[in-house]
Structure formats: structure tokens, C-alpha cells
Design a protein around this ligand. Structure first.
Ligand SMILES: [Zn+2]
Length: 561
């Protein structure tokens, strides 16, 4: 029998379709939004409630070998925060790096129905896919780390650009990935080759290669656009966390010209140099970063806000982890992924009295409040780097409620606030419509997920219904209903069934002849044979290929259009 549902009386926030709190019905048939359903369809009365598309997290760390290592590193979190089973759902552990089951259920319990794991080495793709298969309810995909790939570097330095593009397409297929990710291009190779070495300038030579980060970034931006990937290259800029790094960030965005590029967790890349008024400390350059993005419609970013309290820094930026280890103060991990990437993990606590942490917190808020286009400056805490996804409701309240924000501002390091620009924009309050953009419609559009982030006919029936509440943290912490693929997963605040989401990935076309270029390299240098490297489709289980299509330069495809 067809599964039908009609949501009535709710105020619908669906920015992709221009609905700003309009009271209207939302109809669902067999997992899709439809124009109407027969009268016998089940009805959900959403009077006094807000209806939004399910949340879409564009950048988080929830699956794969580094995430699992971070879980193993913190057994105290498992003891502190058990996730109990219910009649319909399975048990797990929480903390800043929840187990697979807990990750899926806790995202769903916040009204999120899609999340993108942002850093998987291609060698780790099988592990990531196995964990994503075990992550219930939500749809998910992952970005593969390509910015320190030795074979791609060799092709680039020899000017073999067509083969580079073919190899990129082959790699996305081989790993079943969603997008290419760059993490401090060139830095890991330098780190592996020299004691505490790092790359600090975009025109610096990358170790033994006749190549610079600028050339690498330019090649990836070009190839990702040429291949028509639904999401452009996802860039973690060089110099993350370093004083004065905003100039590197601006320069990276300029490399794109008028081509699409996504800069991730840009808060961590918006720090000014030490100013006379700040002692030895960095200052906020959120104004410069916002100004650039506001005026360049080809560029998008997610904020990567930090929230005070416990977090886990986990990154492919191995030199950064080395720098941070002294601030973590306890255990840490540094790891190498042969020929492909590096990795560092550090349990970390952000403190409101710390100058640096308070400045980071202020910059995150500033970036949201200075953005003139919420479609291109979207929501993230780089979970669990800037804070757990469980802190999203509080971050939403900080953006929507200026009185609450001022109370919180009074608690933090005041010298840091003085050197940020947060007081200048402290009166702006984001509306529910804008929140629906930065947490749903915007990320879906930037990812090129045309069936997500909106409630137009044909969209996936991923819907969240919140009870209206003046306290926005409470409101967004506990949706009354969560619907995934047309199924009522959460009803009256409780899970009513379990659900397995899909893996979303791309499959760009490539010339099979590229394998003749790749094979000898694998046989010479990899521990895995070429024939065993590509992920077998049996790892995919429930999945969906998101089509590639070259897009007009400088624009993002419009969800629902
Ligand atoms: Zn990240």
C-alpha cells in the first residue's frame, strides 16, 4: 500500500521555494513530496509548529579510520555518556565522537537527515563505508583527501593536466566518494619529509616536487568544475589556526577567479596578525573574509564555529595536530596514510576565559552575522573539531537571540571580544527563514543535492517539525516529529521505528585508459595492489548516485529549480 502523509496547519519554512512561515499542507507519497494525497492519508496536525526540510550538515567527521581512532582514544567518554537502546533503536556511546548508531540517532533527534563526512583517505574508503552503513536514519556521503596525493602531484608537475583530471574522476569512482577535499595542500608531504616541516605560503615549493600549493589548488578547482561535480572542491586552506592566516584564505579564494570553490570551517582561517592593541595575540579579520565572500558569488563557505566545552580535534592537517598537542595537554595521535594523507587527533576543551578560544568563538558568530548571503555562508562546527553537533541548538539560539548572545558575551575573555568585531554586529538576529537557509536549503544547494533542503514537489520527504518556542535552543533541541523518506521516525519526541539511510556518491565518467597510468605506480609504491584498491560495489548497500553535470561558471545550481 502506498505510504501517504499530510502535514496540516504548520508554518512552513522552505526558502528554496520562497515559503517564509506560510501555513500550508505538506503532502508525502512513497518517500517524496507531492502536490496532494487522497483524503484517507494519515494526517499530522502541526498547529503551533514550524515545518522545515530535514537538516543537512555539509561538513562533519562521523565515520572512518580517524573517527574510530578518536573513539578508541577516549574510553572515558563512553563511560560518561551511554546511549541506551529503545524498543526501536540500538545502543551506543556518546561523547564528542559518538559511536555509529548513536551518531545517526542523535543527528535525527535534532532534525538532521543528511550529513557529509568531510575527510576520508581513499585507502580508508572501505572503513568509512562500513561505518556509514552502520549509521542509521540519515543519508550520508564522504569527501576524499586528495591535496597531498603523491601520484596526482607527479602528474601535475609534469603538466599532464588531462591525465590529472581523468585520475581525479577515477579516484572518486574507486572510493565511492562525493567530492574531492583538499587539506593544506602540500603540507603533509613536507611534514613527512622534514622534521616539523610545514608549508606556509601558496607559492612555496612542495618538498621534492616542482609544484606549489597554488598550482595544486588551481588544478583541483578547474578539474572539479570541468567534471561537473555537484559540489566543487572542498578546501581546508593552508595555515589553519595560525595568526595572520586570513591573507592565505583570501589568496586561496582569489585563485578560483570566477570558478566555484567551497572554503570549509572558514572561522579557523580568519585570524589577523598580532596588533599593538592585542599583546601577543591574533585579532579577528572576519570583516575582510566576509567582505570577499559577500561580493564573490562563486565562493561558498561553512563557518566551523567553535562552542565552549569539550571537543575532539581530528584532522588530516598533521602539522597542525603537532602544534595543537601542547594545548590538549593529554593524549594525542599523529598518523601517516601512505602516499595519500596524514592525520592528527587531540581531545580538546575550548575555554571561555582563554583569549584565543574566546576570539575563535566571536569570529564564528561574526561570520554568520556579517554574511549578506546566507545561502553561501552555511552552518557548521566542523563536528567534533569546533564542538559536537549536539551543540547546534545552542549555536542557533546565539544567532537568533541577541539578548542571550550578549549574556554569553559578558562571560568570555573581554580582551578577545575587544579585538573581534562582534560588538559591531551584536544586534543582528537571524530569522527562522535564515536559519532554514543556513542549516538546510543552503548546504543542500552547495552540495548539489537537488532533492534535499526543500519541500517542493519531487523532493525527498525528509521533514522536521519543531514546536514553536521563544527559547530557540529548546526548540531546536527536540523536534516533535522527524520524517525520513516519508517515514515517521520520531513522533511526539520519541523514536517510533528504525531506518537505514543511503550513501550518496558521484560517478563521473572517465577514460579507462587512465588505469594504464595509475597501475604501475600502485605496483611500485602502494601496499595495496591496483586490482584490490577500488571499493567493490557490495560496500554500498543502499545508495544513490548524484549526477554530474557541468555548471555555468560562477553559479550554484538552485535546489528545486
Ligand atoms: Zn573538518
Amino acid at each position: 500500500m502506498a505510504k501517504m502523509l499530510r502535514i496540516v496547519n504548520g508554518r512552513v519554512y522552505d526558502p528554496a521555494n520562497g515559503l517564509d512561515g506560510t501555513v500550508r499542507d505538506v503532502c508525502i507519497l512513497d518517500g517524496r513530496i507531492v502536490a496532494d494525497v487522497p483524503r484517507e492519508a494519515r494526517t499530522v496536525d502541526a498547529r503551533g509548529m514550524v515545518v522545515m526540510p530535514g537538516g543537512v550538515d555539509i561538513h562533519c567527521h562521523i565515520a572512518g579510520s580517524k573517527v574510530n581512532l578518536a573513539r578508541k582514544l577516549q574510553p572515558e567518554d563512553h563511560r560518561r555518556d551511554p546511549h541506551l537502546r529503545t524498543r526501536f533503536t540500538r545502543s551506543g556511546t556518546g561523547g564528542t565522537v559518538p559511536s555509529t548508531f548513536a551518531t545517526g540517532y542523535r543527528y535525527a533527534a535534532l532534525g538532521y537527515t543528511t550529513a557529509m563526512e568531510a575527510a576520508v583517505s581513499p585507502l580508508g574508503a572501505r572503513h568509512a563505508l562500513e561505518e556509514l552503513h552502520d549509521t542509521p536514519v540519515i543519508d550520508k556521503g564522504f569527501f576524499i583527501l586528495m591535496g597531498n596525493n603523491v601520484l596526482l602531484f607527479q602528474l601535475l608537475q609534469e603538466g599532464r593536466h588531462e591525465e590529472f583530471r581523468q585520475a581525479l574522476a577515477w579516484w572518486l569512482n574507486a572510493a565511492k566518494a562525493y567530492a574531492p577535499k583538499l587539506v593544506s595542500p602540500g603540507a603533509d608531504e613536507m611534514w613527512k619529509g622534514g622534521r616539523n616541516a610545514n608549508i606556509t605560503r601558496l607559492d612555496e615549493k612542495i618538498g621534492p616536487f616542482d609544484l606549489t600549493p597554488r598550482k595544486v589548488i588551481d588544478a583541483f578547482i578547474g578539474s572539479a568544475n570541468d567534471l561537473g561535480l555537484p559540489h566543487p572542491v572542498h578546501i581546508h586552506c593552508n595555515n589553519l589556526g595560525h595568526t595572520g592566516n586570513y591573507e592565505t584564505t583570501l589568496e586561496t579564494m582569489r585563485i578560483a577567479g570566477d570558478r566555484r570553490a567551497h572554503i570549509t570551517h572558514i572561522q579557523f582561517h580568519s585570524y589577523g596578525a598580532v596588533a599593538a592593541k592585542s599583546g601577543d595575540n591574533p585579532t579577528s579579520r572576519a570583516t575582510d573574509i566576509s567582505e570577499y565572500i559577500n561580493t564573490h558569488p562563486n565562493i561558498s563557505a561553512d563557518v566551523g564555529a567553535i562552542m565552549f566545552g569539550r571537543s575532539t580535534s581530528m584532522t588530516a592537517d598533521a602539522p597542525l595536530a603537532y602544534m595543537l598537542r601542547k594545548f590538549g595537554g593529554r593524549k594525542w595521535v599523529s598518523a601517516d596514510t601512505e602516499l595519500e594523507s596524514g592525520c592528527g587527533i587531540i581531545p580538546f576543551t575550548y575555554q571561555d576565559r582563554s583569549y584565543t578560544n574566546a576570539l575563535q568563538w566571536a569570529i564564528g558568530l561574526e561570520l554568520f552575522l556579517r554574511s549578506s548571503d546566507p545561502w553561501r555562508m552555511v552552518f557548521s562546527t566542523d563536528h567534533p573539531n569546533g564542538g559536537s553537533f549536539m551543540s547546534y541548538p545552542k549555536l542557533i539560539r546565539l544567532l537568533m537571540d541577541s539578548e542571550f548572545r550578549k549574556q554569553e558575551m559578558a562571560k568570555v575573555n573581554q580582551a578577545a571580544l575587544d579585538n573581534s568585531g562582534l560588538r559591531e554586529c551584536q544586534d543582528r538576529e537571524l530569522s527562522l527563514y535564515e536559519i532554514a537557509i543556513i542549516t538546510r536549503a543552503g548546504p543542500a544547494r552547495l552540495l548539489g543535492l537537488t532533492a534535499k533542503g526543500h519541500l517542493g514537489v519531487g523532493a525527498d520527504a525528509d521533514v522536521t517539525i519543531y514546536e514553536e518556542n521563544a527559547d530557540k535552543e529548546q526548540m531546536f533541541a527536540a523536534p516533535r516529529y522527524v520524517i525520513k523518506d516519508g517515514e515517521l521516525i520520531i513522533e511526539d519526541l520519541e523514536f517510533r521505528t528504525d531506518h537505514a539511510g543511503r550513501v550518496l556518491h558521484v560517478a563521473p565518467e572517465y577514460d579507462a585508459g587512465i588505469e594504464q597510468t595509475l597501475r604501475p605506480f600502485f605496483e611500485d609504491y602502494y601496499t595495496v595492489q591496483f586490482n584490490n584498491y577500488a571499493v567493490d560495489p557490495s560496500y554500498l548497500h543502499s545508495h544513490q548516485v548524484i549526477p554530474t553535470a557541468p555548471q555555468p561558471t560562477g553559479t550554484f545550481s538552485r535546489a528545486g529549480a
